[in-house]
Design a protein around this ligand. Sequence first.
Ligand SMILES: [Zn+2]
Length: 208
Amino acid sequence: MCQVKETFKRYPDAQTTTQQTRQRVDNNEHKVSKGYKWRQGPVENPPWTKIAWTRPALPRHAFITFVLLHHRLPTKMRLNKFISTIDTYCTLCKATMEDDLHLFFQCSHAAEGAQTPRVSPPKTKGPKIRNCISYAIFIAAIYFICSARNHATFRNQIVHAKHTSKMIKEQVMQRLLFLNTISGKYTLYIHHLLTRSFTPRPSRNEKA
Ligand SMILES: [Zn+2]
């Protein structure tokens, strides 16, 4: 506790008088978050941050992608490091070892279930809003492939690839419809997604 106190004596705003501090609080200028960021020092975000936490993605989908990008999802190959006797074959296709790369990018279930919105790293060129929707589709696909794997492992239920694909579309659409009620920025994309393919391609005269 004393160590923290000594550290914060160096905080730039700590030299202000009580009256000045009170004025800063009243004006919402002084915030704990500022002190926290100062204490952290310069932090460089990893390049995938914008993909994992893109606004059109549902938080529960984004969290699973966040864990995947940290290589912390409990795939069989990861569990095998702790339990050497565990069966390491893929729960969904039984063809090869179940690791991050296979389960989400190579498995036949992933390839078929997320065929319409492909499970591949989203393209980074193009209008920002279109990129964000691509990220959201990618993230939803990761979530539902993980969900299908968990249903097979813990409930002994087979989730068909078509169901996975349907759920990806439904949940991304619901999220976009919700966001559109707030900002109205997604109207053209929603119209496109409803009437054509699921790949987000706005019309030429659309301004993102
Ligand atoms: Zn597989």
